[in-house]
Design a protein around this ligand. Structure first.
Ligand SMILES: Nc1ncnc2c1ncn2[C@@H]1O[C@H](COP(=O)(O)OP(=O)(O)O)[C@@H](O)[C@H]1O
Ligand SMILES: [Mg+2]
Length: 461
């Protein structure tokens, strides 16, 4: 199975980049808006002062002995001069004839605005200026006279102000971008978090765990979870179908094998020639091996089925071990071996008694099988931290160290198993039972004397 996925792009990276892009655009927009507004305000305030100044000058225009006179009030220019070191110009024109001021100031062509004031931005004496022109009609003996006053001011101060505002606006835009970028990164992270949570919860599962994913997920992920759950349901179904098939096959083989064995034994009694007897004995041994294998296949199927539907109860391991030993004692006595049980009453565990008994029988069966000259098989129950440990130790040859890794795999048998009947499922069953109870199985060799130990670790209730 490949552990590497075929990766194309990353949602988080794409989202982060998009959010960064949006943040940059918004920051630029903010900058432009602040600048536009600042410029507008600066221009308006300058225009207002220019207007006031022009109006003040215009107000001082009068007709004295048939001539237009303009007495420029001090305040009219000082209100402009006060503001900054900008230069101020003015010009007064009557009916198109230059009267006083800077004659060469640009002509006003702009449309007349509020209160008949016309504004233009232009150049004068090498500097940019803002200029207002205001007009008023006076009555002379010869008829009406039109007086036009223009007041202009250089834009130096306004430029400086705008430059200062632009620096601040740039800082503001940059700060906004940084804050938005940080939020964007966080958002992108939190957007993909449910995917990571789901992946973690699925990969944390044990190999047998094919239950549907129940944890709540965001709506967008529902199709994925539904598909995953359907897939697991199909997988589970096909697994259990093949378990059922194996169990059924084993069951169907067992009965004819029993018949065959009886027939072979009857034949053995009748036959006298040594080579025929040897052949029949060999046949009986093969039949035994097959029916044992069929039995273990059945056991294994039963264990697989029950681990999916654990019937947990509170169990006292010492009592359970005692019952199991009692059942196997006749078998042990036939081989001149004793089965002994040690241990104090342990804390209870939560488990399926039938499964644990089955697992323990398989381990005891091994101990009796592989320790041919060992006289004693010791079973003990003890508490180790949060575990309740059930151990079976014999005085046989022990496990071959190089085998130990694989012995719990299905159909795996050790080097020392050559002449013994078996199918390589005993330790597999034991390990599956331990794992189904949230525990594990440990194989070891005794350190002080010869012999193998197999220990079940079950978590305390
Ligand atoms: N008590 C034991 N002493 C020595 N070797 C053992 C013992 N129990 C198991 N083994 C080794 O572990 C292997 C796997 O055991 P098991 O899964 O029960 O299969 P089987 O008993 O059918 O061979 C055995 O083939 C044997 O080599
Ligand atoms: Mg075995």
């Amino acid at each position: 199975m490949s552990e590497v996925a075929n990766i194309s792009g990353s949602i988080r990276r794409r989202l982060t980049l998009q959010l960064l892009g949006i943040a940059a655009v918004l920051a630029a927009l903010l900058f432009v808006m602040v600048m536009t507004y600042a410029k507008q305000v600066a221009e308006e305030s300058q225009d207002n002062i220019l207007s006031a100044s022009a109006t003040a000058i215009l107000d001082s225009a009068a007709i004295q002995s048939g001539e237009v006179t303009v007495d420029i009030p001090y305040s009219a220019l000082s209100m402009l001069g006060n503001v900054s070191d900008d230069r101020v110009f003015y010009r007064v024109v009557t009916d198109g004839d230059y009267l006083t001021g800077y004659e060469s100031l640009p002509e006003t062509t702009a449309p007349r605005g509020q209160e008949n004031h016309q504004f233009i931005t232009s150049h004068y004496l090498g500097e940019s200026i803002r200029m207002v022109s205001a007009t008023r009609r006076l009555s002379n003996a010869a008829g009406p006279v039109e007086v036009t006053v223009s007041v202009a001011q250089t834009l130096k101060r306004q430029r400086e102000t705008l430059e200062r505002i632009s620096t601040n606006a740039a800082y503001l835009g940059f700060g906004f971008f940084i804050a938005a970028a940080l939020l964007g990164v966080l958002t992108a992270q939190s957007a993909v978090r449910p995917v990571q949570t789901l992946a973690n919860s699925v990969s944390r599962r044990g190999p047998q765990d094919l239950r549907a994913v129940q944890a709540p997920v965001p709506g967008e992920m529902a199709p994925l979870v539904v598909a995953l759950n359907r897939f697991m349901a199909r997988l589970k179904k096909s697994l259990s179908r093949s378990e059922e098939f194996i169990a059924e096959a084993a069951h169907r083989i067992r009965t004819p094998l029993a018949v065959l064995r009886t027939q072979a034994e009857i034949a053995l009694r009748r036959v006298e020639r040594p080579e025929n007897r040897a052949a029949l004995k060999e046949m009986i041994r093969a039949i035994d091996e097959s029916s044992r294998a069929a039995g273990q296949l059945l056991d294994h199927a039963m264990v697989s089925f029950r681990t999916d539907h654990l019937e947990v109860k509170e169990i006292n391991l010492l009592e359970l071990a005692d019952e199991t030993l009692e059942r196997l004692r006749p078998l042990a006595e036939m081989q001149d071996k004793t089965l002994s049980l040690r241990g104090d009453v342990p804390p209870p565990i939560k488990g399926d008694a039938i499964l644990i008994q089955n697992a323990l029988s398989n381990i005891l069966d091994n101990a009796l099988k592989y320790a041919p000259y060992g006289e004693d098989v010791q079973v003990s129950v003890a508490t180790e931290g949060k575990w309740v440990v059930l151990s079976v130790c014999d005085q046989g040859p022990g496990f071959a160290p190089e085998d130990m890794e694989q012995l719990t795999e299905r159909f795996s048998r050790g080097k020392n198993a050559q002449d013994t009947v078996g199918s390589g499922l005993g330790l597999t069953i034991a390990e599956e039972v331990a794992q189904a109870h949230g525990g594990h199985l440990k194989l070891s060799n005794r350190t002080t004397k010869r012999g193998a130990c197999v220990s079940f670790f079950f978590p305390q209730f």
